[in-house]
Design a protein around this ligand. Structure first.
Ligand SMILES: Cc1cc2nc3c(=O)[nH]c(=O)nc-3n(C[C@H](O)[C@H](O)[C@H](O)COP(=O)(O)OP(=O)(O)OC[C@H]3O[C@@H](n4cnc5c(N)ncnc54)[C@H](O)[C@@H]3O)c2cc1C
Length: 626
């Protein structure tokens, strides 16, 4: 990346200037229309990323690709990177932005799957624990160890149900007692032993845990502590896989906002959702990584086979900073009514509470509903009875659909989280087979992608050039869980690019070792936003241009964690759209429609209302669709 547009100064004077700039002719969308219609463009920046137009042009010029991947969630993108590394040209198409399905809606745990011990899925636990340890090493910039605390209410509860489950007899686990938790964690330690990265479990006496977490229900008997991991920026990791894949193989292309629309004349029909332009492209093999939409993608390709039985999971982000602080960076892993496991953790100063597990037919309709809000809040009140919490504390809500295999289980929690790769042979007009990536976890995406890649290599009679077991991802390159590599990076950014220590830290937290490239490009100076002083116009522009941003929502929900971190009021959104507009050459009308699109998305998918009057914290909309 080359230098950003030269800016005037750093620090407070630039902020003051930015403040003066932000005085507007009127408030609300109408005021913006007047303001933006006369605005000038920033000096254009050059960067290494290929523009969408270049990528589409390549598509226009080709009529065949060995592998077409439909779906840019973690499983599609993991496969894209692995196949590209083997020298196989792939085209990945994602109808929305990358990572916009289930992969953007997880509990953010990178975990060995403690609860799969109950269903006897030992292979899955072993694989998950191993992949967790690998991600701690390969994506150290976003994946960190996480201490989990299990509050326990009895000594022997759940033992009989566990024995029945182990014997594969019907049973519902609830009120898991100290004995069963202790046994489970001892086994879990054994599975996590390979490449062990974290301490073993320990039991904590009641009085000790209550001293450490004073808001916890005093009715508990004992607690257990063990380690898993969490991911700060799953959405960014998916984009980094796309960039890594394209860098590894210039013949591979990943395109967002391009929908697989069916088959025509034996070839796949793709539609640019930004312009309506259609493309026809043949392939040797199609990989359906459509997650909860796998059946609809296969349906468009002429198959009526049912593979998916998705369940919706919702989360709430609660604005309870004092409570979140008392967790001291730990995640509580506790039982809600009926024995379902819920989680609450401190996510960037807010309490992240999840999740539900409800069968759903149409994944496009997934939004956190009123009864889920009640369920989650009452689960929270059970273990933190003295922490006052209500709907007024909701800062954000999100829902996603797990792409589980089709099933007729009564208890959605009992459906296996393992993955499979069923094949649809060529049929009718469709001359290529389809492999569908059903199920799986965020945690296990690398292993799933490697399985798919090995299968493709076998079909193409090729052998693997390299494995991904120890391959860093994006800004994880050069970093580890140790402090020393980060310190070296910070020193370099401060010394060579003139950044302050706190700004260098901020960039490393956001971009890992990719921050160094950014720092070099930002060295000429930055103009920080008035309402979001942690971001500069130059940083936003660089990310927008080098990380395949097409819409303001791509930046807000996919290249930054701003939607979770906040606070994001109307004024901050307006500044971000303005910065993106300069970088991506949007005219006044486009800016308005982008801003309206962001606000609409907040309202329709997250039940949050952003208006000029809503202040810095969007308001939770009480009735779905209101
Ligand atoms: C509530 C919840 C909590 C979870 N928590 C965790 C957790 O803590 N840890 C963990 O390891 N796992 C977790 N998971 C599981 C994990 O998130 C999913 O298994 C994983 O994200 C699935 O990824 P995917 O790529 O298969 O599907 P998705 O991420 O859903 O990707 C499918 C993509 O296909 C695209 N698509 C659909 N139709 C088309 C089309 N016609 N053309 C082009 N593109 C199309 C969609 O837009 C979507 O982006 C959780 C899941 C949920 C829902």
């Amino acid at each position: 990346m080359r230098s950003a547009a030269p800016s005037q100064t750093r620090g407070s004077s630039s902020r003051a200037r930015a403040g003066r700039r932000s005085r507007k002719p009127g408030s609300g969308i109408e005021g913006l229309r007047q303001k933006w219609s006369g605005s000038k463009k920033d000096k254009p920046m050059n960067d290494a990323a290929q523009s969408r137009e270049d990528l589409l042009d390549r598509l226009r010029r080709s009529d065949h690709v060995p592998v077409l991947i439909v779906g840019g969630g973690i499983n599609g993108m993991g496969s894209f990177r692995d196949l590209s590394l083997q020298g196989i040209d792939c085209l990945l198409v994602e109808r929305g932005d990358f990572c916009s399905g289930a992969s953007r809606a997880p509990s953010r745990m990178i975990h060995g799957g403690l609860k799969y011990l109950e269903t006897g899925e030992f292979r899955l636990v072993r694989e998950s624990a191993q992949e967790r340890n690998r991600l701690l090493a390969n994506a150290a910039h976003y994946v960190r160890p996480l201490e989990m605390i299990i509050p326990i209410y009895s000594w022997f509860g759940g033992t009989w149900a566990a024995v029945r489950k182990f014997l594969r007899l019907p049973a519902r686990m609830q009120q898991r007692g100290a004995l069963i938790v202790k046994l489970g964690l001892a086994l879990y330690d054994i599975y996590g032993a390979l490449n062990r990265a974290m301490p073993r479990h320990r039991m904590i006496r009641r009085k000790d845990v209550l001293r450490e977490i004073p808001d916890l229900d005093p009715g508990i008997r004992i607690a257990a502590s063990y380690y898993d991991a969490w991911i700060t920026s799953p959405e960014r990791l998916v984009v980094e896989l796309a960039l890594d894949g394209m860098a590894a193989n210039p013949g591979s292309i990943a395109l967002n906002h391009l929908r697989f629309d069916g088959v025509e004349g034996g070839r796949a029909r793709l539609v640019d959702t930004m312009t309506g332009e259609a493309f026809l492209i043949g392939c040797d093999l199609m990989v359906n990584a459509g997650g909860a939409w796998i059946d609809s993608v296969n349906g468009a390709a002429g198959s009526s086979k049912r593979m998916i039985g998705g369940t919706k999971g919702s989360h709430l982000l609660l604005d309870l900073p004092a409570f979140a602080e008392t967790l001291h960076g730990r995640m509580m892993y506790f039982e809600a009514e009926g024995g379902r496991i819920c989680l609450v953790s401190n996510f960037m100063g807010h309490a992240l509470l999840g999740s539900t597990d409800i069968p759903i037919e149409d994944p496009d309709s997934a939004v956190c509903e009123d009864d889920e809000v009640e369920y989650l809040l009452s689960a929270f009140r059970r273990i933190f009875p003295d922490v006052p919490v209500s709907r007024d504390d909701i800062f954000f809500s999100y829902a996603g659909v797990r792409p589980l295999p089709a099933n007729d289980a009564d208890d959605p929690g009992a459906v296996s989280r393992d993955h499979s790769m069923p094949e649809l042979p060529p049929e009718g007009d469709r001359r290529f087979p389809i492999l569908s990536l059903v199920g799986g976890k965020w945690t296990t995406f690398r292993a799933f992608s490697a399985e798919l890649t090995d299968e493709v290599l076998r079909r193409l009679d090729m052998s693997r050039k390299m494995g991904t077991e120890a391959l860093p991802i994006g800004g994880g390159q050069g970093l580890s869980q140790q402090a020393a590599p980060v310190e070296r990076l910070l020193t370099c950014m401060i010394r060579h690019h003139g950044l302050t220590r706190s700004r260098a830290r901020q960039l490393v937290a956001r971009y890992g070792s990719r921050a160094e490239g950014l720092a070099a490009a930002l060295a000429d100076g930055e103009r920080f936003l008035t309402h979001l002083p942690g971001f500069s116009r130059e940083e936003i522009a660089l990310v927008a241009r080098s990380e395949l941003v097409r819409h303001a929502t791509d930046f807000l929900f996919g290249r930054s964690s701003l939607f979770l971190e906040g606070p994001l009021g109307f004024e901050a959104l307006q500044e971000i759209v303005d910065a993106l507009a300069h970088a991506l050459d949007w005219d006044a009308e486009r800016r308005i429609s982008e801003l309206e699109h962001v606000i609409g998305r907040y309202r329709d998918l997250h039940r949050m209302e952003v208006t000029p009057q809503s202040g810095v914290r969007p308001r939770f909309v009480r009735t779905v669709g209101a």
